[in-house]
Design a protein around this ligand. Structure first.
Ligand code: FE
Length: 348
């Protein structure tokens, strides 16, 4: 080969390397697996030129992976689907606090990680309510329209719920404990709920709703997006299930219905922290909020963003319900204490 040709090849190779170095890639560890999220990522790439490389796992798997990878972790952005898990990532030091005027303006303070001088370790981008589903023929609505009544002896033998230790329940119970105002009251309530169980906890939220329709229990607890999925289902069996049950947003006369969040954080050891923050900021934009929240039948957290979702509208009188307003960072901080109470009262 002639010297000239070699020189030309080297130039081409160098140009290719340059192009590669310029293509920015964000490694996203995500516990969300919805097809609408794909559109979300490709729109971000269109707007910024930054490509998203997604690694899927569940919340617990992602936290474990971040821990074991340590400083060598390629993760830039983390998406998790529960406040208790986000808080766990925060206290385990897996996230890099983010200070962003845009995020602080867009996302209400109660949906952020613990405030520090460096900002918050995570931001919530959608909310879901944890509500009560009941057998319309056998249960009076007014007997199940507060969380407290789930632990009242009048509901003995009626309640179905997934494992008490599941993050959705740790967050719900952590919120109720906060509202009840004392650990003794919280533990008594948890014992009451446990004593009211129709069966040992098993399955997910949808399984509890089906168990009510099947007559195995009369009262269940579920996140709203599972209910919306059943209401919008193309399967006639799902809709038949929903015909039999009533839905109640608890505590409308007192502290409001418990909300949980899906949220995001920047990985502690991200090599691209600026691009990672940009991605979180993008998630707070009205366009992204529509995909992120509506795509999974959730409500957007960003101020001033409204989406119209027929299933959510139908179950809430057009979205009009009273939600609790305590900070989810406080709720997350209660999870260790709650788990100890569950162990003490034998709530699996
Ligand atoms: Fe879920």
């Amino acid at each position: 080969m002639q010297v000239k040709a070699i020189a030309a090849l080297v130039t081409v190779a160098a140009a290719a390397l340059g192009a590669q170095a310029q293509e920015q890639v964000l490694n996203l560890y995500s516990a969300r697996h919805y097809s609408t999220d794909e559109a979300l990522y490709s729109n971000f790439t269109k707007a910024t030129g930054i490509r998203i490389n997604r690694v899927d796992s569940d919340d617990a798997g992602i936290l474990a992976r971040l821990k074991s990878e340590g400083a060598a972790s390629p993760a830039d952005v983390i998406l998790l689907v529960d406040a208790a898990r986000l808080h766990k990532g925060e206290v385990d030091g897996l996230f890099r606090p983010v200070k962003s005027k845009l995020l602080e303006d867009a996302i209400p303070a109660q949906y952020r990680g613990t405030p520090t001088a460096d900002g918050s370790a995570w931001y919530g981008f959608s909310t879901r309510a944890r509500v009560v589903v009941y057998d319309k023929l056998k249960v009076k609505r007014e007997d199940v329209d507060t969380y407290e009544e789930l632990g009242d002896p009048k509901n003995k033998g009626k309640v179905c719920i997934r494992s008490g230790s599941h993050p959705y329940n740790l967050s719900l119970f952590g919120a109720v404990a906060e509202h009840l105002g004392s650990d003794a009251k919280a533990q008594d309530w948890l014992k009451g709920v446990k004593d009211n169980l129709a069966r040992d906890p098993k399955g997910g939220d949808t399984d509890q709703i089906k168990a009510v329709a099947a007559g195995e229990c009369q009262v269940a607890v579920s996140n709203t997006y599972y209910i919306a999925r059943m209401l919008r289902s193309g399967n006639p069996e799902d809709r038949a299930v929903m015909e039999k049950v009533g839905i109640v947003f608890p505590n409308q006369q007192s502290w409001g219905t418990h909300l949980n969040i899906a949220g995001g954080a920047v990985a502690r050891n991200s090599k691209n922290p600026q691009a990672a923050v940009r991605f979180l900021e993008y998630l707070a934009s009205p366009e992204a909020q529509n995909y992120f929240a509506n795509g999974n039948n959730e409500w957007p957290t960003a101020k001033g963003v409204k989406v119209s979702n027929p299933a959510l509208a139908a179950m809430t009188n057009n979205g009009d319900f009273k939600a609790e307003t305590i900070p989810l960072s406080t709720v997350g901080a209660n999870q260790v204490k709650i788990q100890q109470m569950l162990d003490r009262v034998g709530f699996k």
